[in-house]
Design a protein around this ligand. Structure first.
Ligand SMILES: Cc1cc2nc3c(=O)[nH]c(=O)nc-3n(C[C@H](O)[C@H](O)[C@H](O)COP(=O)(O)OP(=O)(O)OC[C@H]3O[C@@H](n4cnc5c(N)ncnc54)[C@H](O)[C@@H]3O)c2cc1C
Length: 444
């Protein structure tokens, strides 16, 4: 069997490390795949897309078997290691352009995701710091302020509520006067992503079987038309397959040379002590994204942990080395101490990376690749909301359903543009990332 690249995320994700034992433990249903398993539906990949698709398939087809497999423990992949913003208003590209109806579709899709996720969080009592905290977008420099003013103009066009805050009022909330200005929008959710993913998995419908740490090594079609997923121990024969494998979709033979594997990184402190919290002087439970996309994302969690995210790397092998992460740890410390000199003695407990799929034309894929083979991927680094709703709608599409929201998803999706072959790709992407980093240097 030809060897494919498999997910191999580092084991230093802070969100996963702080999970309570009942959320961390392996599922009792996790048994090895026997020689040959038969299923109606196979979902590969247990991130936002795959878990939402699995649940919806099981809800719509209660008499049928749904199998979910992931190469790693669910919650260990990118969906469990992001910054935990479930955005309602898209960050950038999706709000540009003259087509107001198209922009409204994106927002409607994101809000449908938030409602669906919130319904499950409440129904199952998932303890994941789910909060209607909203989102700050912070500008450090004049360049950042210009981005905020442009974003404000787009929000006014859409009649979306927002509030511009000056540096002083922001300081009361986030404890630093590093920022010149911020734009607050109320509809974003903050959450603990690993806890959300584990909690969702622990409450799957009864007709779902899940195998974690079970990579699919090859996908092929049998003479009878079924799909066969080969694992190291056996085969899963399925009438229909949904791929929730994001960048790894190309390794399974689909959408090759259409996605850019980009990694970004985060670091998390321990909870601040009472004295440190007083010295910091801000509040808990807020999240701030940068006005300029190559800048720094910050979060203060409900349990007083500070999180810093920045840096992008082109990762053709989908991974990072401990040496890379050590360097990034130091860059994160610089960003933290520049904002919070009073916390210079608070160290990070964890620094980790996660791989995302970006497209050159800022377009995601949603739909049927071949008869019985469906996928949704390439959500350009903001997959919490879009990944979730696309997974749910993909299950509905695959089950023969039709809805206005499903049509909206089809209308705003397309084919990610082809990327040039290596080594041109690596040279080009690295140069673009360097330029973006240099242009946004004041926002990092
Ligand atoms: C540090 C960081 C911060 C981020 N912050 C945010 C944020 O605040 N908000 C936001 O919306 N987005 C954020 N993102 C991006 C977001 O996490 C991704 O867009 C999202 O996780 C993509 O979800 P997905 O389900 O498509 O794919 P993934 O989460 O990548 O899931 C794919 C799954 O497929 C599995 N898999 C792959 N290949 C195989 C195989 N052969 N066999 C079996 N299983 C396989 C993987 O193990 C993985 O679990 C961030 C990302 C990072 C790294």
């Amino acid at each position: 069997m030809k060897k494919i690249k498999l997910p191999a995320d580092d084991s230093s994700c802070g969100w996963f490390e702080i999970l309570p034992p009942e959320y961390r433990q392996h599922l009792s249903a996790t048994t090895p795949v026997s020689k040959k398993e038969e299923t109606d539906w196979l979902v590969i990949g247990g991130g936002f897309v795959g878990t939402a698709a699995t649940r919806r398939l099981a809800e719509l087809n209660p008499e049928q078997r749904v199998v979910l497999v992931d190469a790693q423990q669910i919650g260990h992949g990118t969906s469990g290691r992001n910054s935990g913003f479930v955005i309602d208003l898209p960050h950038k590209g999706d709000l540009e352009g003259p087509d107001i109806q198209r922009k409204k579709k994106f927002i409607q899709l994101n809000r449908a995701a938030i409602s669906y996720m919130e319904e499950k969080v409440n129904q199952y009592g998932i303890d994941c710091q789910w909060s209607h905290a909203g989102k700050l977008q912070g500008a450090v420099s004049e360049r950042g302020v210009k981005f905020l003013e442009h974003f404000q103009h787009l929000l006014k066009e859409l009649d979306e509520p927002h509030q511009m805050m000056d540096g002083q009022s922001l300081k009361h909330k986030v404890g630093t006067n590093y920022y010149e200005q911020a734009l607050f929008t109320p509809g974003c959710i903050l959450m603990q992503p690993a806890a959300l993913m584990r909690g969702l998995l622990m409450h799957m419908p009864e007709n779902v079987t899940c195998w974690e740490e079970t990579p699919v090594l090859k996908l092929e079609r049998s003479a009878g038309g079924k799909w066969i997923a080969k694992t190291s121990d056996g085969e899963i024969h399925a009438k229909n397959v949904i791929l929730g494998t994001n960048i790894f979709t190309e390794q399974l033979g689909f959408l090759k040379s259409r996605m850019l594997p980009i990694m970004t990184f985060a670091s998390m402190t321990r909870p601040l002590s009472d004295t440190e919290f007083q010295a910091y002087g801000g509040t808990t439970d807020w999240g701030l994204t940068p006005a300029d996309h190559a800048g720094t994302t910050l979060r203060m969690t409900q349990d007083r942990r500070l999180i810093v995210r920045n840096q992008y790397r082109f990762v053709p092998n989908y991974g990072s080395s401990a040496e890379d992460r050590n360097k990034i740890h130091d860059l994160h410390r610089q960003a933290m101490v520049a904002r919070y000199p009073m916390l210079k003695n608070v160290s990070f407990e964890n620094t980790w990376g996660g791989v995302c799929a970006l497209s050159r034309n800022y377009t995601s894929f949603f739909g049927e690749l071949e008869p019985g083979m469906f996928a949704s991927c390439c959500h350009n680094g903001v997959g919490a909301a879009r990944g979730t709703i696309s997974g749910k709608l993909l299950a509905e599409l695959a089950s023969g359903g039709d809805s206005e929201l499903q049509r909206h998803m089809q209308e705003v999706s397309g084919i990610p543009a082809r990327v040039p072959p290596q080594p041109f790709l690596g040279v080009g992407v690295r140069a673009r990332l360097k330029l973006a980093e240099w242009q946004s240097r004041s926002e990092v």
